[in-house]
Ligand binder design. Structure first.
Ligand code: NCD
Ligand code: ZN
Length: 359
């Protein structure tokens, strides 16, 4: 039997990014073209400083994103609210009625970048979660405990046990997305939790295990939260995406920080992947012979969970290595694989290379 040749090009329904950090101001203008060239829509994280806690702030942020878009871009930002212990039920109702807010994001206080205003006691926001369940507004979870006595590599698994299981039982109708899952515990939970629980998976957690943090020395550009895990967990994520289960979908968690904030004695968490936001997934899926699952993961499962239509246009990828830029913008964002090869390339319909901010 001759093995089927691996495909050299792919046409996909345009994908969406269900977890993205776009930042604001000059940084927003640097990074937005990369996402807009690839994705139709993105769920935009609200962890600005100060955070986006009201519909009014989300509306203003959305206008700034639309104003920063390249000409003729059809990209649509899908806004989120940042949950605090002061969020009111009335704000949740306003969010639902606004039509522009698609979810509410829970950060445990102190878990990650700009999370100081996050929630200390999950039970304190139960009335707000009840309102979200009633109005069917999804809850997006940064699923890690912040308890300093819990080992950093166990914080996702402990969050699931301590907080997510009771939450799931208390609000059976609430749509929940466990964001950027990194462990087999998270995969097992999502697989067994029923149709109202889903998860996003990043490309970097599919491509790297925790050795990448210490490859020949300390690698701050591989530091993100949740932190990279052991190989056995990466394998569990790969099995989840290859399974075709519709409750796993694409969320890059592309999280740009200026170079000096990463290369520092106390460096920020976050990996910038938007410059190759779909190409890196193609590489991960090709690596396990699962390219036939990529379109559903990137373009169909997310809209189905959020109750939105799929995009109608397509993008084209070719297996044609290119070198990622060494740095992007005045902020010197160091992208994933800076100066190194990425196996797949986004091309326009005539086969020429699509512009990215770094080229
Ligand atoms: C994110 C950021 O920089 O905003 N960082 C990260 O490592 N993923 C925050 C987050 O999603 O945890
Ligand atoms: Zn994030």
């Amino acid at each position: 039997m001759t093995p089927t040749a691996a495909p050299q090009s792919l046409t996909l329904l345009r994908p969406d990014d269900w977890h993205l950090h776009l930042r604001d101001g000059a940084l927003l203008r640097t990074v937005l073209p990369d996402t807009a060239a690839r994705f139709g829509r993105a769920i935009v994280m609200p962890n600005l400083n100060p955070p986006v806690t009201s519909v009014a702030a989300a509306t203003a942020y959305r206008s700034r994103i639309l104003a920063a878009l390249p000409a003729r871009s059809g990209f649509m930002p899908l806004m989120t609210l940042y949950l605090t212990e002061s969020t009111t039920v009335a704000e949740i109702q306003r969010a639902k009625e606004s039509g522009i807010v698609h979810a509410v994001k829970y950060y445990p206080a102190g878990a990650t970048t700009n999370s100081e205003n996050g929630v200390r006691d999950l039970q304190a926001v139960y009335p707000v979660l009840a309102a979200m369940e009633r109005w069917d507004l999804p809850l997006l979870l940064h699923g890690e405990v912040t308890d300093p006595s819990v080992d950093i590599f166990d914080r996702e698994a402990v969050f699931i046990e301590r907080h997510l299981q009771p939450l799931r039982q208390t609000f059976p109708g609430l749509r929940i997305v466990l964001e950027h899952v990194t462990t087999s515990a998270a995969v097992d939970f999502v697989e067994s939790a029923g149709p109202r629980t889903a998860a996003t998976i990043t490309a970097h957690h599919l491509l790297l295990n925790r050795n990448a943090l210490f490859q020949g020395g300390l690698r701050p550009h591989h530091y993100c939260l949740p932190v990279l895990k052991r190989e056995q967990h990466r394998q569990a994520l790969l099995r989840a995406v290859a399974s075709g289960n519709p409750r796993f979908f694409l969320g890059t968690d592309s999280a740009p920080h200026p170079r000096d904030k990463k290369e520092s004695a106390c460096g920020c968490a976050g990996i910038y992947t938007a410059h190759a936001g779909i190409e890196l997934y193609a590489e991960a899926f090709a690596g396990i012979g699962a390219l036939e699952q990529l379109e559903a993961f990137a373009s169909r499962h997310g809209p189905a969970f959020y109750g939105l239509p799929c995009n109608t246009d397509t993008i084209r990828l070719e297996r044609q290595p290119w070198t990622a830029p060494a740095s992007l913008g005045a902020e010197e964002i160091i992208p994933f694989r800076a100066g190194e090869e990425i196996a797949w390339r986004l091309v326009d319909k005539t086969g020429t290379c699509e512009m990215t901010s770094g080229l």
